[in-house]
Design a protein around this ligand. Structure first.
Ligand SMILES: N[C@@H](CCC(=O)N[C@@H](CS)C(=O)NCC(=O)O)C(=O)O
Length: 206
C-alpha cells in the first residue's frame, strides 16, 4: 500500500494529483503544517527533512516531488504519465521537473519561508520583495520555451503537468498576474477540468 503524506496548499498537491491520475490504490494522510506537525517526532521518523510530500511504499519512504512523480509514472505504466521507455524523453521530463523543484519552488519559498536563508528583518523583506520578479522571470521562460503545449511535454499529459499546475496556482499570492502568461493560464484551466485534479483538490478540503 502507498501512503502519501501531504498538506493542503503545498507542493505535495503535485504528487497527490499524480497518484489520482495513476489509478493506483493509495492512502493520503494530512500533515498539519499550520501546527508544525511536519517537525513532530512522529513525522520526522517518516521524513527526517520535516517536509511534505513523503510517499511511504513497501520498500521505504520516498521524498522530493521529482522522485515521487518519476516513481509514480514508472510503477503505473498503464496510466501513461511519462515516456518511461525512452531514456532521453524521460530525462527531458526530469529536466522540467528539476527546474520547478530547484528554481521555481525556491523562488516562491523566499516569500513565506525566507527564514531558511536569513534572520535579519531587512534581508527577509528584501527576499520577499524580489519574489514577483524571480517568479515572473521563471514563468517567462516556461511560457516562451519550456512549455510545449497543450501539455508541458507536448501532446501527452505527464507528471510534469501537475507540478506546473501547483506553481501556477501560487502566482497570485506571489504578486504575479497569471494572465500575463496565456499558454500557462490555459494549461491551468485545462488541468482544473481533469477529474483526477478535482479529486485531489477535494481531498485537500476534507
Ligand atoms: N524539494 C521538496 C520541497 C518540499 C517542501 O519544501 N515542502 C514544503 C511545502 S510546499 C514544506 O513541507 N514546508 C514545511 C516547512 O518548511 O516546514 C519537494 O519538492 O518535495
Amino acid at each position: 500500500m502507498l501512503t502519501l503524506y501531504f498538506a493542503p496548499g503545498s507542493c505535495a498537491l503535485a504528487s497527490l494529483i499524480a497518484l489520482e491520475e495513476s489509478g493506483l490504490s493509495f492512502d493520503a494522510k494530512k500533515v498539519n503544517t499550520r501546527e508544525n506537525e511536519q517537525r513532530s517526532e512522529a513525522y520526522l521518523k517518516i521524513n527526517p527533512k520535516g517536509r511534505v510530500p513523503a510517499l511511504a511504499t513497501e520498500r521505504g519512504v520516498l521524498t522530493e516531488n521529482t522522485a515521487i512523480l518519476a516513481y509514480i509514472a514508472q510503477i503505473a505504466p498503464a496510466a501513461k504519465l511519462g515516456p518511461i521507455d525512452d531514456p532521453f524523453e524521460f530525462a527531458r521530463l526530469q529536466a522540467f521537473n528539476s527546474y520547478i523543484s530547484s528554481t521555481v519552488h525556491v523562488n516562491h519559498a523566499h516569500r513565506p519561508r525566507g527564514y531558511r536563508w536569513a534572520d535579519d528583518a531587512a534581508a527577509l523583506e528584501a527576499m520577499k520583495a524580489k519574489v514577483p520578479q524571480t517568479m515572473t522571470e521563471s514563468f517567462e521562460l516556461i511560457e516562451a520555451s519550456l512549455f510545449q503545449g497543450p501539455w508541458v511535454m507536448g501532446d501527452a499529459y505527464t507528471v510534469a503537468d501537475p507540478y506546473l499546475f501547483v506553481m501556477t496556482g501560487w502566482l497570485p499570492s506571489d504578486g504575479v498576474d497569471p494572465s500575463v502568461f496565456p499558454r500557462v493560464s490555459e494549461h491551468y484551466g485545462r488541468m482544473l477540468e481533469r477529474p483526477a485534479v478535482q479529486r485531489a483538490l477535494a481531498r485537500e478540503k476534507v
